[in-house]
Write a new protein. Structure first.
Length: 135
């Protein structure tokens, strides 16, 4: 299951790629997350200049990600996860203004996986509660 983000469950991240650090939401946006990976939307331009991450990211590239899981109802982050990852797909035709990158986690530790599962599960429950109130 890939969790699309919403206003109550958000994720911030930093990526280190070829000794350059990139951060959300300045350099990329997180589209969705699962226990196996993350979807990134990378704007082609950053403040009217080319976004270096959009030019640099390629299928097969390895990177390191620091991911902050945030439940907006809590005072502090749910967890901070550091993980090695690999770009598995890049969709250059995602839109006129952005590219989409699929990134797989390579070494998600068991406690981080458990924390991510719990975060996704809580977000799913909240989404289902909201949907049931719409009926």
């Amino acid at each position: 299951f890939r969790l699309p983000l919403n206003e109550n469950y958000i994720i911030k991240a930093k990526i280190a790629h070829k000794n350059i650090k990139y951060a959300s939401p300045d350099d990329f946006f997180i589209r969705d997350i699962s226990v196996t990976g993350i979807g990134l939307v990378i704007p082609r331009k950053k403040k009217k200049a080319p976004n270096p991450l959009a030019a640099a990211i390629k299928t097969g590239e390895k990177l390191v990600a620091g991911i902050i899981l945030i439940d907006m109802k809590l005072d502090k982050p749910v967890d901070i996860i550091t993980v090695k990852a690999q770009v598995t797909r890049v969709d250059m035709k995602y839109s006129d203004t952005s590219i989409l990158a699929g990134v797989n986690f390579l070494n998600l530790k068991q406690n981080a996986e458990s924390s991510l599962h719990k975060f996704i599960h809580q977000a799913q429950i909240e989404t289902l509660k909201k949907l049931s109130r719409l009926d």
